[in-house]
Design a protein around this ligand. Structure first.
Ligand code: ASP
Ligand code: MG
Length: 415
């Protein structure tokens, strides 16, 4: 049994969806296919829910654009009236929701709206695969992937989900299931999401629950590279990697896999392949248990939109456990991700992901007990297996605001 995952880019057009069908058909055996929303749909859905929540006049405009994008694709895929109706039905459901008054909880409304990206993409893909003879059953993952009610960052209820996933994905009437990444539901059937880019994690959850032989993420890159080709011109593909190395990279901000993906696979020793969807015969990268030491080239990971915040207690006391507690408690409350910390006697510096909103409030709240300085628009560069040449490449003519080195990893905040 295998899990395949197709991300937004691998299902962003009629051509891409046809290719996904060919790839799925090429590999025999029992499979569950996890799919994201098409192309940049989740971004558009985010705009939609913001507009809906703020009650501005753009809602129907944004809705129509999303609808048009999908209907262009299904017209290229030659859907008949009956097939089109299944997609129309979902858009009607969404449109009805947008007619009602939103609740006061933005995160809740977000999940109820944004989930349609995946519901719609999987509906289209399931129909197209069946038309092409890649026979499959569509599953609404919300009936088995159960979570708590932390909307937008839901926590998986593993025991319940494992049981329900095994009941649903029983392979009695089909060898192939198609289902949504990124979404789940509470025990009271409210839709939740697992955090942006969460479809990889969904694939890993299914892989773990079903005890599969492998999980494959199909991507528009040859495998895992030692840097993002958007930032570096001379990237190299990495053939194999240990689970630990993969966690380090993903956590540092390598966009190639979601950081939560590795743990559920490692725990059941399931290999994860990252393969190019335009060359399915190529090896890609495999992440698995590695017994020997790997000789890896320096790997560069950039995390953009960083804010470097430096706080010092206004009463000139030292930075101690109490001060750390206060600062981190505040970060937790505001769900701010802290990527790096450094302290001296009276200064504590943290690099955080720039929050979408609320940076001013955060600074104000910190300002009640600390003197606060901050810089925005910075880049956190992590170099695994750094050497002098690699450090030079990053520092070259740039201003370094903070630098940390351990045996294997160097991390720099640069302007
Ligand atoms: N569609 C979701 C997102 O763009 C989940 C995913 O693609 O993994 O964040
Ligand atoms: Mg994606």
């Amino acid at each position: 049994m295998k899990i395949f995952k197709f991300g937004g880019a691998s299902v962003s057009s009629a051509k891409a969806i046809n290719n996904a069908a060919s790839i799925t058909g090429m590999f025999p055996g029992k499979k569950a296919v996890v799919v994201s929303a098409m192309g940049k749909t989740t971004n558009a859905m985010e705009d939609l829910v913001k507009s809906y929540f703020q009650r501005d006049d753009n809602t129907s405009n944004i809705f129509n654009k999303i609808r048009e994008y999908h209907f262009e694709i299904i017209s290229d895929l030659d859907f008949d009236a009956n097939e089109k109706n299944k997609v129309k039905y979902l858009f009607n459901e969404l449109s009805e929701r947008l007619e009602t008054e939103p609740s006061l909880d933005f995160n809740y409304e977000y999940d109820q709206v944004v989930c349609y990206g995946e519901l719609i993409s999987t509906t289209i893909i399931s129909i197209l695969f069946n038309k092409k003879g890649v026979l499959n059953e569509w599953v609404d993952i919300r009936k088995c992937l159960r979570t708590d009610d932390t909307y937008r960052e839901a926590v998986v209820d593993w025991d319940r989900s494992e049981r329900l996933i095994n009941n649903t994905f029983n392979f009695t009437d089909t060898d192939l299931y198609i289902t949504q990444g990124f979404i789940g539901s509470t025990i009271t059937n409210q839709t939740t999401t697992l955090g942006r880019e969460g479809s990889d994690f969904s694939a890993a959850i299914l892989g773990n629950a079903l005890h599969v032989n492998s999980v494959t993420i199909w991507k528009n890159v040859p495998g895992i590279l030692n840097g993002d080709p958007e930032d570096f011109s001379d990237t190299e593909k990495i053939e194999e990697m240990s689970y630990k190395e993969a966690i380090e990279l993903a956590y540092s901000g390598a966009k190639v896999i979601h950081p939560k993906t590795i743990k559920p696979l490692r725990n059941k020793n399931i290999p994860l392949f990252v393969k190019p969807f335009d060359a399915p015969d190529q090896e890609g990268t495999v992440i698995h248990q590695v017994g020997h030491l790997l000789d890896l080239v320096p790997v560069y990971i950039l995390k953009k939109n960083q804010v470097l915040v430096t706080v010092s207690p206004t009463d000139f006391s030292f930075i101690g456990v109490d001060q750390l507690y206060e600062v981190f408690n505040l970060m937790k409350k505001r769900r701010v991700k802290v990527n790096i910390i450094q302290q001296s006697a009276i200064d504590l510096s943290l690099s955080i992901d720039e929050p979408e909103t609320g940076l001013d409030e955060l600074v104000e709240e910190l300002g009640q007990h600390f003197e606060v300085k901050y810089n925005t628009g910075l880049v956190l560069t992590t170099i695994r297996f750094y050497n002098d040449e690699a450090l030079e490449k990053i520092k070259n003519n740039k201003k370094v605001l903070l630098e940390q080195k351990s045996r294997r990893t160097a991390r720099l905040i640069v302007k």
